[in-house]
Design a protein. Structure first.
Length: 232
């Protein structure tokens, strides 16, 4: 006798939580995420369909395989994963579970998802993140990004949180961890044309930090003995 799993027919798609690394395409025109474990080599967009990472032709999720997107039910469980050393620069995602799914005790394995919110943790220096900057590693064609404050961006490739949301599209909201609790009115501060004061301040701080860094480099080039100075 073949075992059949119970079927659910929810009135609205379930919500779950997971962690991932934000990524920026090599040409800087697209943004997305890459997983932290199985399937981490395959960056995905805000709205994406899962496929079998082993190259098998069955649809994901398959009962006899571990393919498909994964998430947990509880936000706190996902946040706990950010404590490990290898996941410190990942971001917390709130996702909508779409399509077929298999329910487990702690979460879902499913066929399709929409990333609703990405929450960036603090910069490595401890300050609130104002941008996502080149983390120093990546995937072919994609740079992995890490949360950064305006002062630590310097000359690295980076995008503000609002700019990342615009590049990713599909109504994604990107917030810093310290701001996350205050954004409860249902508005989308990262949508084009609707930036609020905190987002504009962060953009300005990021631009000022870049300008300060370039001015410092120019000043060094003009110093005696510098690469741009006169040689005797």
């Amino acid at each position: 006798m073949r075992l059949r799993l119970p079927e659910e027919r929810p009135t609205e798609p379930p919500t779950g939580y997971k962690i991932a690394h934000p990524v920026l395409s090599q040409d800087g025109t697209r943004a997305g995420f890459t997983g932290v474990s199985l399937g981490g080599a395959l960056p995905y967009g805000v709205l994406a369909d899962a496929s079998c990472v082993y190259g098998l032709r069955h649809g994901a999720p398959h009962r006899r395989c571990d393919c498909g997107f994964h998430c947990v039910h509880d936000r706190g469980t996902a946040e706990a994963l950010l404590c490990t050393a290898e996941h410190r620069t990942a971001v917390l995602l709130e996702v909508v579970v779409l399509g077929r799914y298999i329910r487990f005790e702690r979460g879902f394995r499913y066929a399709r998802q929409r990333v609703r919110t990405a929450t960036a943790g603090p910069c490595a220096c401890g300050a609130v993140a104002a941008a996502l900057a080149d983390a120093g590693w990546g995937r072919p064609g994609w740079r992995v990004l890490a949360p950064s404050c305006a002062g630590c961006v310097r000359g690295r490739t980076s995008v503000s949180l609002a700019a990342f949301a615009r590049l990713a599209g599909e109504g994604l909201r990107v917030v810093a961890a310290a701001e996350d609790a205050g954004l409860t009115d249902g508005t989308d501060p990262t949508a084009a044309g609707s930036l609020g004061v905190p987002e504009l301040v962060a953009e300005a701080a990021l631009l000022q930090a870049r300008l300060d860094w370039f001015q410092t480099q120019l000043a060094r080039l003009g110093e005696p003995g510098g690469r741009g100075g006169r040689q005797g």
